[in-house]
Design a protein around this ligand. Structure first.
Ligand SMILES: [Zn+2]
Length: 149
């Protein structure tokens, strides 16, 4: 069986995204490895760190005002392979987004390893930073991070 770089099930309900994931699956390349990333990703790169590329998510979760991606610059699929320097840079870049966007509150999360357990769409290690509206009368933003036992 060919290596799976993307999880097409994770696009459920997002039609345009499903189309992109289908194309990537057919190309059988990792969409987050440079230079493939620049081929599939058409939004501006906000910052290139030593270890991470920071950019807007092309397929933001419904209800987010901000949905930024941190894509590890080398192909890794698990946090167990992440260097301490890369881990430190991720938090530095997340702080940079939180500060420069003046976000009053945000969520930062990362899926890792076998995509069948996480709902990730891309195996290549990346983190998401999301922010939406104030709680008040607004519904929560739905994020799949795993599945119930
Ligand atoms: Zn990759």
């Amino acid at each position: 069986m060919a290596k799976e770089f993307v999880n097409r099930k994770s696009a459920a309900g997002r039609k345009a995204y499903a189309k992109i994931l289908k194309r990537i699956a057919e190309d059988s390349v990792c969409p987050f490895c440079e230079p493939n990333f620049l081929k599939y990703h058409t939004l501006p790169i906000l910052k290139k760190g030593v270890h991470w590329i920071v950019t807007e998510n092309m397929n933001p979760y419904k209800g987010t005002k901000t949905h930024v991606l941190f894509v590890h610059r080398g192909h890794l699929e698990d946090i167990t392979k992440l260097s301490p320097a890369a881990a430190a840079e991720l938090f530095k870049l997340a702080r940079w987004i939180k500060t420069t966007r003046k976000l009053p509150g945000a969520g930062l999360f990362m899926r890792m390893g076998d995509m069948r357990y996480t709902g990730a769409s891309v195996a290549h290690l990346h983190a998401n930073l999301i922010s939406g509206a104030v709680q008040d009368t607004h519904e929560p933003i739905a994020v799949t991070l795993g599945f119930k036992k």
